[in-house]
Design a protein around this ligand. Structure first.
Ligand SMILES: Cc1cc2nc3c(=O)[nH]c(=O)nc-3n(C[C@H](O)[C@H](O)[C@H](O)COP(=O)(O)OP(=O)(O)OC[C@H]3O[C@@H](n4cnc5c(N)ncnc54)[C@H](O)[C@@H]3O)c2cc1C
Length: 492
């Protein structure tokens, strides 16, 4: 059977792209290997608790925001999103809490009180970051594929931001640390905990422009979704099928098939069947897996192979737990980012208005980053993995209670997840999640991975390509690809 476009992978990136293309009239087929769509955003059920994989904090759901624009095109209602403030609380190593959210002016007052030793420099850092983030957001709306904008497009964008464009251009290769001069070590620790979580690298390697967006976003608006990110994925599946598209679950893509000119003309499945694609194939796999699995080593140019070999992401270790309502109320907010020495972890509890748990309980997740590869390398057998899991649980559990003593005995462990669990669920290389470290080179420079590939009609969506990780970012990447294959002005 043939379609115009075949989308491989039903994460939020692939689903959004397929839903937009189907709504714009393209004949689309989406292939997803799991029995439920959602990928990293899929939730799972255990003893009456519906656990979200993520921290449950989402950008772009404000009125006229990114997701409203996407759902305006789709034949389904968007999931219920409620604003949350503070978006999260950072608990510093000394036990002090800094609430992040509410709006820039109020947050600047919070900063002044929390970091009196460098209040002026800290406030200036955030004010500059917010201005730059706003300008970059306007630019991305005007030219979604910002990372591969032409010279003419860049000149137009610069002309529309005469005050900020010179500063942005000058800061393109900067790390965030360059802009933190005059701030205290405590403040830098506060910034680093957030960047390690949202950008996978601390301020001395993180791109300043990416840091500006990541740090300013929760000050604009942050939302929680009823039913979590799974509700978003389910709505997108419904949208694809309602628009006449096809969603095939439990369907594993093995590799692309090519015509004599080297263009992709279909996707061969694990079963041996080939699903034809007359115009394009969209891969929602990571960049490593797109080339390593779908394109294949012999068709991947040597420079791409070398580049991908040197890129490393991160894995996560997670505890899924049942949280007593009283314990949840003792926390400073539903999400706490605990900063400890050089590392950090995030506790995220389902909101009280959508507890996803039996009466008096809430589903909650604790997430810490870990070196993904070593979960695969050093085990002779399954017992080795279980041993590492047990040691990691003990270590994270005691870090959790040391940083958040108010939890008391109000939390009970249900499940854990390791990079190997993520590999089982999504087949992402080494179970690496949350995209790539947002260094200056990978963010705006010539090294940025974009939706384009070495195969002319193979495009990528997802969190390893521009603009990066998070549901809003992968939605943006889907808008780029849908815009290229079926521009809205022509089809809508
Ligand atoms: C622990 C954690 C916490 C997070 N917290 C948040 C948060 O609070 N807010 C936020 O916005 N973001 C959060 N994120 C990030 C966000 O979840 C991801 O960036 C996003 O879901 C990635 O989507 P994706 O489209 O890139 O692909 P993925 O989710 O990786 O989906 C890819 C899909 O492809 C399928 N697939 C793989 N191989 C094949 C094959 N051969 N054939 C067919 N199908 C295949 C997989 O099964 C999967 O469904 C979090 C992520 C993690 C891991």
């Amino acid at each position: 059977m043939s379609f115009e476009v075949v989308v491989v992978g039903g994460g939020i990136g692939g689903l959004t792209c397929a839903a937009l293309l189907a709504a714009r009239g393209a004949r689309v087929c989406l292939l997803e290997r799991a029995s439920r769509a959602g990928g990293c955003a899929a939730s799972f059920e255990h003893l009456g608790h519906e656990f979200e994989t993520g921290a449950g904090l989402y950008a772009g759901w404000e009125p006229s925001g990114l997701h409203e624009r996407v759902f305006a095109e789709l034949p389904v209602a968007k999931p219920e999103a409620r604003e949350v403030s503070p978006a999260y609380t950072v608990r510093l190593p000394g036990g002090e809490d800094v609430r992040v959210g509410v709006g820039l002016e109020e947050f600047c007052e919070t900063l002044g009180a929390a970091f009196p030793e460098c209040a002026g420099a800290a406030v200036n850092f955030y004010r500059d970051a917010s201005q730059i983030a706003d300008a970059l957001r306007r630019a991305a709306r005007q030219t979604p594929a910002l990372a591969c904008a032409s010279k003419l497009q860049l000149m137009r964008l610069a002309a529309s931001e005469p005050r900020l464009a010179p500063r942005i251009l000058k800061a393109r290769g900067d790390t965030a640390a360059r802009h933190l001069k005059g701030t205290s070590a405590r403040f830098r620790r506060f910034v680093d905990a957030q960047l390690q979580t949202f950008a996978l690298c601390p301020s001395d390697t993180c791109s300043y422009l990416y840091a500006a967006v990541a740090l300013a976003e929760p000050l604009r608006a942050a939302h929680e979704l009823r039913g979590g990110a799974q509700a978003f994925a389910d709505a997108l599946v419904e949208a694809v099928t309602k628009s006449g598209g096809t969603v095939r679950l439990d369907t594993t893509a093995l590799r692309l098939s090519f015509d004599a000119q080297g263009r992709a003309n279909g996707v061969t499945l694990l079963t041996g069947e080939t699903v034809g694609a007359t115009r394009a194939v969209v891969s929602n796999l990571t960049a490593w897996d797109t080339f390593g699995k779908l394109v294949g080593a012999e068709r991947t140019p040597a420079h791409v192979r070398a580049r991908l070999k040197n890129l490393r992401g991160q894995g996560v270790y997670q505890i899924f737990m049942s949280l007593d309502e009283e314990a949840a109320r003792r926390l400073p907010s539903d999400r706490v980012l605990a900063s400890q020495d050089d590392s950090a972890f995030m506790l995220g509890a389902a909101p009280a208005w959508d507890a996803r748990a039996p009466e008096g309980k809430r589903a909650a997740t604790v997430t810490a980053f870990t070196d993904a590869e070593q979960w695969f390398t050093f085990h002779a057998d399954e017992a080795g993995h279980e041993g590492q899991d047990a040691r990691s649980l003990e270590a994270l559990w005691s870090r959790l209670h040391a940083a958040l003593p108010e939890l008391g005995s109000g939390a009970e462990v249900f499940e854990t997840a390791t990079p190997r669990t993520f590999y089982e669920r999504t087949r992402r290389r080494f179970g690496m999640v949350c995209g790539l470290p947002r260094t200056p080179e990978l963010t705006g420079g010539a090294g940025a991975l974009t939706h384009r590939t070495s195969v002319p009609n193979l495009l990528m969506v997802g969190d390893t390509v521009f603009p990066g990780a998070g549901l809003a970012a992968v939605t943006h990447s889907a808008l780029i690809v849908a815009g290229e294959l079926a521009p809205r002005t022509v089809r809508a």
